[in-house]
Structure formats: C-alpha cells, structure tokens
Design a protein around this ligand. Structure first.
Ligand SMILES: NC(=O)c1ccc[n+]([C@@H]2O[C@H](COP(=O)([O-])OP(=O)(O)OC[C@H]3O[C@@H](n4cnc5c(N)ncnc54)[C@H](O)[C@@H]3O)[C@@H](O)[C@H]2O)c1
Length: 367
C-alpha cells in the first residue's frame, strides 16, 4: 500500500508524540506494540504515515527539519523515541493570525512561543506547499482559541484538495457550513478536538454513563485539570477558552439522560503549573444519589502525559481519513469523529461510537 502523506500545522507537543510514535512502532511487531488501538488498520500500519509538509511560527522550529523542530523548546513532552531520522522536510513559516497569544510574552522563552522573524505565508503559499508536497491529510494542532488561523488552514486544505483531521476545538467538522464545504469538495474531515486515549474526558464520560446505567442520579460534578505545557499556558487566557469549555462540557453532558444545570457542572483547564511540563493531572468529583436517595461521591485523580495520549488517537484518525480518501468518501466522518473527538458532528455513547468506527473500518458503513 502507498504511504499516507500528512501535513502538520503546529509542530508542538502533540505533533512530536505522533511523529515519535510513527518511528517507535516501525521497529515493533504486532505482538510487542503496546498502546495502539489498531496495529493494522485495514492494511495501514503506523509506519505507513509519512510527513510531507509542516508549518509553525516559532523561531526555534521554522527552517529546521521536522525531526529536529519536534524536540525544540517550548516542546516538553516525553522523548520516548529520541533518535528520529531526518525527514528531509523543513518546517515552513505559517500564517500567524490569532495563533500567538499575547499574554505568553510575560513568561520565560523556554516555556512559551517565540515568534519567528520570517515573512508569513500567504494563502497561496500554503496551498502551493500542500499541493507540491503531495500531502493528503492536514493535521490541525493549533493552540486553543486560534479561531481565525484554524479557519485559514482549513480553507487552504479545501483549496488544495486534502482531507483534515482537526485536533483542536475550533468547530469545523461539527459546523454544518464547514462540513458542507468538505462534502461538496469530496474531502473527508475528522473533528473536532481530540478525545485522548485514556484522558479526563473519556474517563468522565464512562463514569457518567455508569451512573446512568446503574440508576444513580448524578447531581453535581467537576473536572479540574492542571498541566505545565504551552497548551495549559495558552489556556490561562480565559478569552481563548470558550470553545474548549464547550467541547469538554458537552462531551460529558451528552452522555447523561438529562443534562445537568450549568451551575452543577464545572469542566475545564484549571491552571498552569510550569513544573508539571506535559504531565496533566485531572481532579474529578462526582456527587450522586443511589437507592433510597442515599448520597454517594467519587473522587478520582488521573495523571497522564498529555501528548502521547492524543497521538494514540490521531494515529487512527489519520488512517480512517485515508480510508475515506481511498473509498471516495467526503464530508465529516460521523463514526470516527464520534469515537476519536470530543466535539463531533453527532455525539454517540462510546461503545456505540467504537462499534460504528469498527464498521467504518471494515467498509460496512460510509461515514
Ligand atoms: N494533548 C491532548 O491530549 C489534546 C487533546 C485535545 C486537544 N488538544 C489540542 O491540540 C492542540 C495542540 O496541542 P499541543 O499540546 O501540541 O500544543 P502546543 O502548544 O505544544 O503546540 C502548538 C504549536 O502551534 C504553533 N503555532 C501557533 N500558531 C501557529 C500558526 N498560526 N501557524 C502554525 N503554527 C502555529 C506553535 O508554535 C506550537 O508549535 C491544542 O489546541 C490542544 O488543546 C490536545
């Protein structure tokens, strides 16, 4: 089978983990490959994914080979595959728009973005690079709150004729107008906002579903998250957060029979703790009533490395997107989006979304 050629927007921690994973699993056999949902996804293995182009705006990344840029500061995720071969693909200067949060200026350079002093790419430049590189799927890894930038690159993907995996919470796959544009162009889109492999959202959803199935009334819940990467630093600016909160909160509300009042559910990134680096800690509390209206509570603390947790999902989202391209399917991929993303076009319970995604992979469903 051919390789799957991806273009990356935002060579941050998540991109680093994904690229490390592609290399890491190249040297494994199916039996030894831990941490994957699929080794062979309808003929495609992780190592069939290849980077064709990359865009960033950070001075320490632009102009470097992707294999070097992915370890440049402020990236701080675990290097589980530190010896990366050169890719021959240099990171290009992208278009900044609202991707660079002004409040970061007050932090040490090691911990924040540093804007490159290069001419920004025009729309024509980005489209040309996508076309000439032979990229088939664009991965959007922009910072939360990059509303204009996310739409700019999604527009470029449409014009260049490449599919999109939208890993962050600017609503594209789940926005009917954008979804229609991808459908009209015959291009697949998986989105929005990755639901990590075993992170806060999936854990919270599974527990909320358990309450429902066991007849326990959920009265109140919170999910407080802290981390020390640039994703958390960026989200200190509450003005950039609206879509992230919506995405995370709806992901839990959608599992409940009757959604909670806003006052009784609090979910979000809560603070930036520099020394945590890419370790994210989630504090989750659920208060409910069981038989006889008798109260009960759950307190849970989850500690995960944030970026490999997203890569474990994106490695399958890319391959599903490629299956759609192979099969001539365009528009939002309903099943993979529901299973892989927090804010899909249509929410399904995770067991259903998993079954539907397996059917999609086998070719028994079209979306
Ligand atoms: N880690 C997870 O499990 C997870 C889950 C869901 C969603 N996400 C989302 O994925 C996105 C990426 O996360 P991350 O941890 O890799 O973030 P990051 O801060 O490490 O990386 C973002 C990258 O984007 C670059 N960038 C900023 N503006 C740009 C522009 N205009 N053009 C091109 N590049 C630009 C930055 O320089 C940086 O390299 C975030 O929005 C995050 O919320 C992550």
């Amino acid at each position: 089978m051919d390789s799957i050629r991806i273009a990356i927007v935002g060579v941050g921690n998540c991109a680093s983990s994904l690229l490390q994973g592609i290399e890491y699993y190249r040297g494994k056999s199916e039996k030894d490959a831990i941490g994957l949902m699929h080794w062979d996804l309808c003929g495609y293995r992780p190592s069939d994914i290849e980077v064709a182009a990359a865009f960033d705006i950070d001075a320490r990344k632009v102009g470097k080979d992707v294999s070097e840029a992915m370890f440049a500061p402020p990236n701080c995720t675990t290097a589980f595959c530190p010896k990366m071969p050169g890719t021959g693909v240099a990171v290009r200067m992208g278009r900044v728009l609202d991707g660079f949060p002004a409040h970061m200026q007050g932090y040490r350079e090691e911990c924040r973005f540093v804007l490159a002093d290069e001419e920004e790419a025009s729309r024509e430049d980005v489209v040309r690079v996508l076309e000439e590189s032979g990229a088939e799927i664009l991965l959007n890894y922009l910072p939360v709150g990059s509303e204009e930038a996310a739409r700019f690159y999604a527009d470029c993907a449409l014009e260049a004729g490449v599919g999109l995996v939208n890993n962050m919470p600017v609503f594209i796959a789940s926005d009917p107008a954008w979804a229609a544009r991808f459908r009209e162009r015959g291009l697949p889109v998986v989105g929005d906002d990755v639901k990590a492999q075993l992170g806060a959202t999936i854990t919270h959803r599974v527990l909320a579903n358990l309450f429902r199935q066991r007849g326990v009334r959920l009265d109140r819940t919170y999910q407080l998250n802290t981390g020390g990467n640039t994703d958390f630093l960026n989200m200190l600016n509450r003005d950039r957060l609206a879509s992230k909160r919506t995405s995370k909160t709806e992901a839990v509300q959608s599992v409940l029979e009757v959604p909670l009042d806003d006052d009784n559910i609090h979910i979000g990134p809560s603070d930036y703790v520099c020394w945590q680096k890419d370790n994210k800690v989630c504090f989750l509390r659920m208060e409910g009533r069981l038989f006889g209206d008798v109260p009960m509570q759950i307190e849970l603390r989850l500690s995960v490395e944030d970026s490999p947790n997203s890569a474990g999902i994106v490695i399958d989202a890319i391959r599903c997107c490629r299956l759609a391209l192979d099969r001539g399917i365009g528009g939002p991929l309903i099943s993979p989006s529901a299973y892989f993303m927090k804010h899909p076009p249509v929410q399904f319970r995770d067991d259903d979304a998993w079954r539907m995604t397996e059917e999609f992979i086998r070719g028994a469903r079209d979306d």
